[in-house]
Design a protein around this ligand. Sequence first.
Ligand code: PLP
Length: 465
Amino acid sequence: MPEHPRHRRPYANVLETIAWTPLIRLTRVAQGIRTPVYGKAEFFNPGGSVKDRIGLPMIEAFERSGELKPGGTIVEGTSGNTGVGLAIAAALKGYKCIFTMPDKMSQEKVRLLKAFGAEVIITPTAVPPEHPDSYTSMAKRIATETPNAVLANQFYNLTNPAAHYASTGPELWEQTEGRITHFVAGAGTGGTISGTGKYLKEQNPNIQIVGADPVGSILAEVWRSNGANKPQGAPYKVEGIGQDKVPGALDLSVIDDYITVSDRDAFTMARRLTREEGIFVGGSAGLIAHAALSVARRINDPDACVVTVLCDTGERYLSKVFNDEWMRENQLLEPEKATLGQLLGAKTGAAPAIVSTAPGASVRQALGLMSLHDISQLPVMDGTNCVGSVSEHILSVRGLEDSKVLERTVSDVMDAPFPVVDAGMPADAAVKLLGRNNPALLVRDHGTVQGIITRSDLLQFLMAR
Ligand SMILES: Cc1ncc(COP(=O)(O)O)c(C=O)c1O
């Protein structure tokens, strides 16, 4: 294992382990892209997300201003992760937490906040932010009505971007030894992108700050139109980033470019990061990584250095992004490509998987076999090798030319063998191989021919799907 300078001494408490997360090169998902792409692994924080960075600083600021007194209550409207960041600090400092959360958020997040002892109030997602039932309005009301309570107010609290200015920015500058050229991040509250972006631009104004936004969020469009357009938001499934109004913690002026990404691309990338890189992250990290890879592909420069934010752990989305059923219900899974092996397995009918003749058999016998099984072609097998083929069509043409053809041997009249293909071949690729000259394919699995597939088999299979 490589030496790492962290963790050499014990920490006084878990809060000291927040931040200084690793920067990890993405290799498999970046294959074929010359620009190096690194992920800031925020799921290494003790609460599993980037939001641990803002929980403690926000609480300490309330303590300094005198708004939060011992035994007080912290209230917040949160998509989950900020709640965890606040709850960790609150646990150590003895504060109570009440969180409001939109009902689109995963059950894991609700249970997680309850595990830290927080009270969680679920609110409807499908209401505008100013509606009294929205999670932000509800949090405001609870904070006003509860004695000795503060509203953390991450969307407008400038301690939020300041925390990233003080931690995420300097860490990236140091970890890349000043070589970072592009920082790609999503904006939920805008704290991460605004604070980190500001710090990085102060070190080197040429560093490009790229926003990544879900399709349905309004932020990218507001940025593109320089605030002139105030589009209507539309629902989307990615959690934690994107908005239907511009939060006060978001400084759009640090952003140089904005990329919009669909739920499907976001979730596909989260799953790829997990399976191919061993980096288990949620949908927002997938979305930002998808955007970062498109930036890297476009600039195509081995001397550049693109950094993406791996916002939180995938464990928070086991019932969603990592649940095939949920993905299918929401039309978010790439349709699986059927293979020839599956097609063979689905084949029905009385004929055995493979009916063949031998080179020494007579044409009469071969035709008898075809008629018995109601098939129109046969592979000619010499042991396990396909050495030729005969078809009803060719035999009838030959029969017209030579009346004695029925008594001849198959090897005298046979055509070229059918192609042999692997069982793993996608069925749509097989379509291209089947044609006038190849009425059938032999399917091989684990080295042996397992069956035969004809054009009509393929058609029947595709129609049944
Ligand atoms: C999963 C996830 N990713 C990204 C973000 C965005 O970070 P920020 O609020 O700093 O813009 C959040 C914020 O809630 C989040 O929960």
